[in-house]
Design a protein around this ligand. Structure first.
Ligand code: ATP
Ligand code: MG
Length: 361
């Protein structure tokens, strides 16, 4: 892959409100054309980071450059950036068409071109039949689509989307997600996207920026962040996982061996950063545990099946291991494999490739 161009660069960014530090040590290069998702708990600083990029806030210290030039002092309207707000601000005294057309008219675009562009955008967000409605005559979800159309219509280089689909119901959200991907491909714009929804982040993003308490804690492709979280916070935030406290007993050619107080032994493939006697937390995803001893599934523990939940083609088993810790196991039902029932004694297997060892916390 060729080295993609950086469109936004943030160096040592810090933002303080009064005595409260909302963001600190922010170092981030956003690549031209990517979909980058900011993910993290409420209050971790996602909206603040977006507002800094858009120019609605200024950094307390550090620097932001867009397209190669430092943008300190550049007002929002002169940045090649558009933002869709978490609480979208539409003009109530204008109808849907005029709301979307507003920015283009301010720029002095010829009337015929405005009409063509706005009409096409309203088709994309499926509001072409609502062009003449006022904002207080449409639903919350429809308003959100108007906000999206308004931000996209003037073809910004970077689109900042702050939970743009949060108010929509599941069906429209899925449709809009597909539309968003299509619009992204069509326009070649860079998308910076905020969501609380992990699935949305997984489906949409080229890279995920995970934030905690005003700091960036991990930047990775979604599949890598899921498979190789770097902290307990990341492991828990992105998807479900089983956690075990353990102590490292050996670091050698096989990998890292760690043992729980009750004697369950985990061998992880990686050895970097691990020390004998170190306390760690072992993380294994429910789909990485199995009732079958596969070729590479060299490790196991015994327990009793406590609960089974069927969800279509998958089942979730809860097995209480003999050390009393409950584990969740996701099983793909294919009808051929014999599966245990509630109350059965069983053996649970896993593979060293799926053992993730995290710093204890
Ligand atoms: N203008 C401001 N003055 C003081 N504190 C602020 C201001 N704006 C944001 N904050 C604080 O900064 C922190 C980060 O806020 P921000 O809106 O960026 O969070 P967020 O990650 O977007 O959260 P959410 O997911 O709930 O939208 C919060 O604790 C918030 O209260
Ligand atoms: Mg926010």
């Amino acid at each position: 892959m060729t080295n993609p161009r950086t469109i936004i660069e943030i160096r040592d960014g810090k933002k303080v409100f009064g005595s409260f530090t909302a963001l600190t040590d922010i170092n981030l290069s956003i690549r031209q054309g990517e979909i980058l998702t900011l993910l993290g708990p409420s209050g971790c600083g996602k909206t603040t980071l977006m507002r800094l990029i858009a120019g609605f806030e200024t950094l307390t210290s550090g620097a932001i450059s867009i397209d190669g030039s430092d943008c300190a002092g550049t007002p929002p309207e002169r940045r090649p950036v558009n933002m869709v707000f978490q609480r979208y601000a539409l003009f109530p005294h204008l109808d849907v068409f005029e709301n979307v057309a507003f920015g283009l008219k301010v720029k002095g675009m010829p009337k015929a071109e405005v009409k063509e562009r706005v009409s096409r955008m309203l088709q994309i967000v499926q509001l072409d039949n609502f062009a003449n409605r006022y904002i207080d005559e449409i639903s919350g979800g429809q308003s959100q689509r108007v906000a999206l159309a308004r931000a996209l219509v003037n073809g910004p280089k970077v689109l900042l989307l702050d939970e743009p689909l949060a108010a929509l119901d599941l069906k429209i959200r899925q449709h809009m997600l597909a539309e968003m991907k299509r619009i992204h491909t069509e326009t070649g714009a860079t998308f910076v996207y905020v969501t609380h929804d992990q699935d949305e982040a997984m489906i949409l993003s080229d890279r995920v920026v995970l934030m905690e308490k005003g700091r960036i804690v991990q930047i990775d492709r979604p599949e890598d962040m899921y498979a190789r979280p770097k902290s307990l916070f990341a492991a828990k935030f992105l998807g479900e996982t089983n956690l075990f406290d353990a102590t490292v007993s050996a670091v050698n050619g096989i990998g890292t061996t760690a043992v729980t107080p009750a004697g369950i032994r985990f061998i992880g493939a990686e050895t970097a950063d691990r020390q004998p006697s170190e306390r760690i937390t072992v993380s294994i995803r429910p789909e990485s545990l199995s009732f079958q001893d596969g070729e590479a599934a060299t490790q196991s523990a015994e327990g009793t099946v406590e609960d089974v939940v069927f969800i279509g083609s998958r089942s979730f088993y809860t097995v209480r291991l003999d050390d009393q810790s409950p584990v969740r196991i996701q099983v793909q039902r294919n009808g051929r494999l014999a599966l245990p029932s509630i109350g059965d004694r069983t053996r649970v297997y896993w593979d060293s490739a799926n053992v993730v060892m995290l710093p204890h916390s």
